[in-house]
Design a protein around this ligand. Structure first.
Ligand SMILES: [Zn+2]
Ligand SMILES: [Zn+2]
Ligand SMILES: [Zn+2]
Length: 381
């Protein structure tokens, strides 16, 4: 090379330099991290682990540097092939001739996963026994806490549905029209998968096929043929509930998606697979399909909050009667959420509002409104 004079000089600073163990797929061993000094201006630079393309065994005690290739290799082999950490560490030791501490490796591996956003489930974090279905995203609801074993009293066994549970998971359901879609809008980008698509699944598929078959209405959902299915609505609540429309109105308007119907847990975490696009204005059928999926996935969940819970409760009972294949142990308690409840008759509040229901605690049940509030930026107005 023509330019023989190097601008930079690398060296190890005895006073401030650190020695680490470097582990890569190419070479491994003790590494004195060099400090580079610019010959012209004397600027000095010592790379950190991240700058050197490595993750450390611990953010505070960074004495082992795992090169990214090692971590991404295990991300593939561990997740896809089920290779154990011990197996992989043995391979690393064989490859490098160096001892590798498997616990150090695990902490570096999870630091890498967190930073690389490669984790989207408790399973990939190595946590077992958590719900991988509806409640998979909520660290509180994904597992049912059981009392710890104390002297003479064994730890609670698996909690059966309907028994006295310490923690009652509950669900807050609602629809929002802001997340609608104009029928002629966005055709060019229709192939882009929305970020929230993981929350749409079985319920949305069922809504879509019912809509395509012209059967997205209450009568079809209840498998009823005679009479107006909501003629016999036994709810005595006289409150005017603008949202409690049993069936869709015929007005179609400029939208092909009239909004989104969905559910969250009591911690405002969306439930997987329960969301659906509304192909019509809001109607009971969306909620019946949601509750159907809920009881099939988690028959132990009982408490459900819907702002017109007093009206849909008897409809749900008729739906259950028309669908004997639903789990027999499922016993939903549909309640009106606290804030919406105050708009209902006093008599209705006392029998339907979660605030007055035994064992419901202070669930409130309005959490889905918080989710809608967060999604305002995505709305069409
Ligand atoms: Zn310089
Ligand atoms: Zn939760
Ligand atoms: Zn009511």
């Amino acid at each position: 090379m023509a330019n023989s004079g190097r601008r930079w000089q690398a060296g190890f600073d005895e006073a401030t330099g650190v020695s680490v163990r470097y582990i890569s797929l190419l070479c491994s061993g003790s590494l004195s991290v060099p400090t580079v000094t610019c010959r012209a201006c004397s600027a000095r630079f010592t790379p950190t682990a991240i700058e050197a393309g490595c993750f450390t065994s611990s953010p505070t005690d960074a004495h082992a540097w795992y090169e990214l290739g090692v971590l991404s290799s295990y991300a593939f082999l561990g997740v896809n092939e089920g290779l154990s950490v011990t197996g992989f560490v043995e391979y690393l030791e064989d490859l490098t001739g160096e001892h590798v501490d498997d616990r150090q490796f695990v902490s570096a591996y999870f630091a890498y996963l967190r930073a690389a956003d490669g984790i989207d489930s408790f399973t990939s974090l190595g946590v077992e026994g958590m719900d991988e279905g509806l409640f998979a995203d909520c660290p509180i609801c994904a597992t049912t806490p059981t009392p710890p074993a104390s002297e003479g009293v064994p730890a609670a066994e698996h909690v059966e549905a309907g028994s006295d549970v310490l923690y009652r998971p509950a669900v807050s359901c609602d629809a929002v029209t802001k997340l609608g879609h104009y029928s002629s809008c966005g055709l060019a980008s229709s192939h882009h998968k929305p970020q929230i698509s993981r929350y749409f699944g079985p319920v949305d598929a069922r809504v879509e096929s019912a809509h395509a078959a012209g059967r997205l209405n209450l009568r079809s959902a209840l498998k009823e043929t005679e009479s107006d299915p909501w003629d016999s609505d036994p709810c005595a609540c006289q409150s005017s509930l603008h949202c409690a429309r049993p069936d869709a109105s015929s007005a179609s308007g400029p939208c092909d998606i009239h909004g989104v119907c969905g559910a969250v847990c009591m911690h405002t975490i969306p439930l997987h697979g329960l969301f659906c696009d509304m192909r019509t204005p809001e109607q009971f059928a969306y909620y019946l399909f949601m509750l159907d999926h809920l009881v099939q996935q988690r028959p132990d969940v009982q408490d459900v909050y819907i702002d017109f819970g007093c009206r849909i409760r008897s409809t749900w009972e008729r739906y259950v009667a028309a669908h004997p294949q639903l789990p027999a142990e499922a016993k939903l308690r549909i309640m009106v959420n606290w804030m919406h409840g105050s708009g209902h008759d006093v008599a209705c509040q006392l029998t339907n509002c979660g605030r007055y229901m035994e064992g419901a605690g202070r669930g409130i049940g309005e959490q889905i409104e918080q989710l809608w509030s967060m999604t305002k930026v995505g709305g069409v107005g």
